[in-house]
Structure formats: C-alpha cells, structure tokens
Ligand binder design. Structure first.
Ligand code: UDP
Length: 243
C-alpha cells in the first residue's frame, strides 16, 4: 500500500449524481463501497466533505443580495454537515465504523474537532468524517481538507473529482489538452489552476502535503491509487516529469 493514512476530499457536487437531487443515494452507496475497499486493505481513511451541492456562501447572488457573505458561509458550512450525516449513514450501511467531528459545535450530531482523538479513531479502523469546514467564513472545504490532513499526519490528500486529473487546457473545450501526471505546487499557482482553491494549495505546499486530483467515479480508482498505481495528477513539492 502506498498511502497508509489518507484524507479523501469529496465535494458536495460529487454527491449529486445526475444533478436532479441534492444528493443521490446510489452515488453515496458507490463511494461508501469504494471507501470500504481501502479500509479492508488496512488503509486509514479520513474524509472532508463539501457542501456546494446545497449551498455556497460566495455566490454573487447570495453575497450581493439580502444574505451577507458571512451568513452565506455559515449556511455553506451547515450544508457540509447534512452531507456528512448522509455519507455517514451510507458508510455504516456497508459495515464501516465511523466517527464524525465538526468544526461548529453540535453535540447531538458530532464530536468537536480534536486531532489526537481523530488519530486514535483512525488507528482503530474507524473512518473519520470532518464536517463544517474550518468553522470560519471566507474559507472552503478544500482548505479545511488540507488542514485536517496535516493535523492527522496523513500521507496524502486525495481530491476526488469528476475529471481524472489536471490538464494543460480545459479538456472539454480543447481536443489537444494533455493530462499532467505530476505538477509542482509552484506551477499549480502560476498556472492559476482552479481545481482546488489557491489557499489550499499554498497550505499544502508549505507543509509538504502531496495532493492527488483523481476521478472518484471510476470504479476501483480510489483503491488502486492508494495501492500505488499512477492515477490522476500528483501535485507535490518535488520536481518530477511535466513540472
Ligand atoms: N465554508 C466556509 N468555511 C469553511 C468551509 C466552507 O465558509 O471552512 C462555506 C463556503 O460558503 C463554501 C461552502 O461552505 O462555499 C461549501 O463548501 P465548499 O464550497 O468548499 O464545498 P464543495 O465545493 O467542496 O462542495
């Protein structure tokens, strides 16, 4: 196994399925099964879940309307809790023990964020779900994912998306777009790549946390990536090919 302890970032959008509903149970079931494969291999899995399928605080129509950006951000953080509960149920349904920590206190639902306890739970085979982002407005769950990964001393952050990595150009619009297997943090910032927000990349770079962008919807991808197969795009400090 290449990565023993890892943090999986799942965006809210990834939970949506065909986009008709806020989240789609089949999609959550599929991800739960993928996570189980990694847990069964002995992987220690923590998850940061987004909320964009329900609410984003920084949408112009929100922040310029009657809801202040800060209030919108709190609504976004609460959205991540809804997703976290939904995913927790699906994980438990496939036989995984879970433990949820929240950055905004809500005692009936989840424990407050404590890194040592999160690490203990991971070591005992629980999947740890972090919700409510960082608990502060003006951040994103990408940045929260990097911070939590650093706190639990994860070997890697795996960002599951709909695309299978970072390309030289938008692959939907450009047929000659090439996928990059490796990229330095420096290049990601220079190229203005938006697959994660820049704050997240900078925090990752400063703390030497490798980040892999990969297609979460392709069957076995998650397990294969954790096992050591070259999947998606690896963003790291080291200078490698394509950098
Ligand atoms: N958010 C926030 N602080 C955080 C994390 C999230 O204010 O630490 C808010 C922000 O409004 C964001 C929303 O919660 O738009 C949902 O999170 P995000 O956009 O990161 O979700 P994703 O894109 O991963 O679904």
């Amino acid at each position: 196994m290449k990565y023993k302890r890892l943090l999986l970032k799942l965006s809210g959008e990834a939970l949506m399925g065909n986009g008709k509903y806020v989240f789609h149970s089949n999609r959550l079931q599929q991800y739960a099964e993928e996570v189980k494969k990694v847990v069964d291999m002995g992987g220690e899995v923590a998850i940061v879940i987004g909320g964009g399928n329900i609410f984003r605080g920084f949408l112009p129509k929100i922040s310029s309307g009657n809801i202040h950006r800060i209030d919108g951000d709190y609504m976004g953080m609460l959205a991540t809790v809804i997703n976290g509960i939904a995913f927790q149920s699906h994980l438990e349904n496939v036989g995984i023990s879970t433990y949820m920590q929240t950055a905004i206190r809500m005692d009936q639902i989840a424990e407050p964020c404590r890194k040592n306890i999160a690490i203990q739970k991971l070591e005992k085979g629980n999947v740890v779900i972090f919700v409510a982002g960082l608990g502060h407005p003006y951040f994103t769950t990408d940045t929260a994912a990097v911070l939590r990964a650093i706190e639990i001393k994860a070997d890697v952050l795996l960002k599951g998306t709909k695309v299978d990595g970072i390309y030289t150009k938008d692959p939907k619009k450009n047929k000659d777009a090439k996928k990059l297997k490796y990229l330095s943090f420096e290049m990601v910032c220079k190229m203005g790549i938006r697959v994660m927000d820049q704050t997240a990349f900078i925090l990752g770079s400063e703390n030497n946390l490798p980040i892999v962008i990969f297609d979460i919807n392709k069957k076995e991808n998650f397990k294969n990536l954790v096992s050591g197969k070259e999947i998606g795009t690896l963003v790291s400090r080291n200078k490698r090919k394509n950098v």
